[in-house]
Design a protein around this ligand. Structure first.
Ligand SMILES: NC(=O)c1ccc[n+]([C@@H]2O[C@H](COP(=O)([O-])OP(=O)(O)OC[C@H]3O[C@@H](n4cnc5c(N)ncnc54)[C@H](OP(=O)(O)O)[C@@H]3O)[C@@H](O)[C@H]2O)c1
Length: 290
């Protein structure tokens, strides 16, 4: 018997892969614009959640483009970033509360400002981008509600090739192949996360009632420049890598934190093992060539 799971965002880069990997054990029902439900519309959300057999709402949907979210900042609560990431999440929380369901909310490393080396789950978020701020507001709404909840923070997710929205790994591969050169930021440290591992980790939280905040992130952190070099090596590419500073590369765009190293020891205690970047890349390379 498959476990029914009502989820938002299953048509996205992370959600499609999660649903594909976990479909043997879970029956996913997607709440998305494609299935006729806008999460900012409270009535539709109430209806679909009250009619569902699922005991859990897996909430992945968000406005995820960091720079486009930053453009929404001037619009405040009227902007799409606030409406989708905060109001949409509130709608889900309220419907979950009314129907006695648990919420698993997918959040981000961008809730941190990047001034610490190695964030733990109990470090206080202090987002510096509007995207990070709206996602953190979603976390806050959930953790202060009476709903049983889990917040899973993921970071720099990557996977096998997904043409609809390429992850950062495939965008780097494309640029090295097409342009033969790339600029790589030297002072932005990231924790890349293999989406197949996110799916496995998520299955643990879907099967067991574990509440609280967890970092469901990869097991290595490195600069964007080092990540680019590793991608070039693993995928046997050539091409010139030109290091650049954040202040130049992201000029006039959303501010990028310096050090987004997130620790994943807490999920390790649940038996969830996450690949380091090299391991994940090697698997992606094999998957892409199948
Ligand atoms: N990608 C990253 O780098 C990253 C990093 C850290 C954390 N995350 C988090 O991981 C989660 C998934 O990210 P992703 O990259 O897979 O996202 P994505 O590819 O940008 O997909 C966004 C998803 O949200 C849905 N959505 C957007 N607006 C909606 C609305 N008003 N009503 C209903 N559904 C709506 C979209 O559905 P439609 O197809 O119907 O538009 C789509 O399924 C997000 O919560 C994000 O904050 C992502």
């Amino acid at each position: 018997m498959k476990i029914p799971i009502l989820a938002t965002g299953l048509s996205g880069m992370v959600g499609t892969r999660v649903a594909e990997i976990l479909s043997d054990n879970f029956e996913f029902e997607d709440i998305s614009l494609a299935t006729g439900i806008d999460i900012t519309d409270k009535k539709s959300v109430d209806r679909v959640i009250s009619e569902s057999e699922s005991k859990i709402i897996l909430h992945l949907a968000a406005k995820t483009d960091v720079d486009s979210c930053e453009d929404d900042k001037i619009l405040g609560e009227e902007g799409a970033a606030w409406q989708i990431n905060v109001v949409g999440t509130e709608n889900i929380i309220e419907a979950a509360k009314a129907n006695g369901k648990r919420v698993i909310y997918i959040s981000t490393d961008f809730v941190f400002n990047g001034t610490k080396d190695g964030y733990q789950e109990d470090d206080k978020p202090n987002p510096v981008s509007w995207y990070g701020y709206t996602k953190y507001q979603g976390e806050e709404r959930l953790s202060t509600s009476d709903v049983s909840f889990t917040v899973l923070r993921i970071s720099y997710p990557y996977r096998n090739l997904f043409e609809q929205k390429k992850d950062f790994v495939h965008r780097i591969i494309d640029q090295l192949k097409i342009d033969g050169k790339i600029m790589a930021v030297r002072d932005h440290i990231i924790t890349p996360t293999f989406i197949d591992d996110i799916a496995f980790g998520l299955s643990v939280f879907l099967k067991r009632n574990i509440s609280g905040i967890y970092h469901l992130v990869g097991s290595s952190s490195l600069s964007a420049e080092a990540a680019t070099r590793l991608i070039r090596t693993v995928f046997n590419l050539s091409g010139e890598i030109n290091p650049i500073d954040r202040s130049v590369y992201f000029k006039d765009r959303a501010f990028r934190p310096f050090n987004l190293t997130l620790r994943n020891d807490k999920i390790g205690k649940l038996g969830i093992r996450m690949s380091n970047f090299k391991e994940g890349l090697k698997t992606v390379k094999t998957q892409d060539s199948l």
